[in-house]
Design a protein around this ligand. Sequence first.
Ligand SMILES: [Zn+2]
Length: 278
Amino acid sequence: MKNNSDFVKLSDVKSAGLRYIEIPVFSDFSDIVAGFTTRFGGVSEGDYATLNLNFNRPDPRENVLENFRRLSVDLGIPLENMVVSHQTHTKNVMHVSAAHAGMGITRDRSYTNIDGLLTSEKNLLLVTHYADCVPLYFYDPAKSVIALVHSGWRGTLMDIGGETVRELKRIYGSNAGDLIVAFGPHIRNCCFEVDRDVADAFKDKFIFAQEYMSHRSDGKWLIDLEGLISENLERQGVNSDNIYGCSICTKCHNDIFFSHRGSNGRTGTAAAFMMIKG
Ligand SMILES: [Zn+2]
């Protein structure tokens, strides 16, 4: 895994009130749009201030819609060209096409329990939700296919990353060695503490898990989800030189990003987004 160190400075994000940051590795590809939203530049209030992008929170629908409209204007991408996941901590990923455009924002979804979106369609913005969980951005330049995946600890434990690689192979004929994978901001090993039962579940699932866990004196465990997911993807054929980390911890930077653990569970939701330009 490489350290993706070209992220914009967080002090600049805060002073400018930027609505989103770009995922740097994809700036090398002129046909890819990839970013992650901040708390700034929206109209939501209280715990959801200001750019909450989740309709399933006690935040008026009109506010969330206005937040999406503002992101839409920034990106120059109509709401009707966006498609939003329906996340329930599964390992389910789904191919979406123009037939799904607008779903989750301008019209109802035709699917449920989908934590990752895959597409080869141009000008269709994939959108997934976060408040500490790990965003994974996949791009296959050989087949011109992208995937955007919500890998919380439950999804990680179910191997949603590996499932994405398998589905990219099955649906589009991708080779794992061609894939470029980037992490977005998430809760890092400085802050992601779990109890013994969760630590044990990771050890049971991944034979290499112990390398990415540390046991604290208070009995809790700290898990490095990024390291663990990265090693798992490498074992499934993704080239380590093509995996780009993200050193931004959402809980440490709770003033800039929504963080479930940094807000005692009362928080808005950020969006990761990704698109192939037409
Ligand atoms: Zn942290």
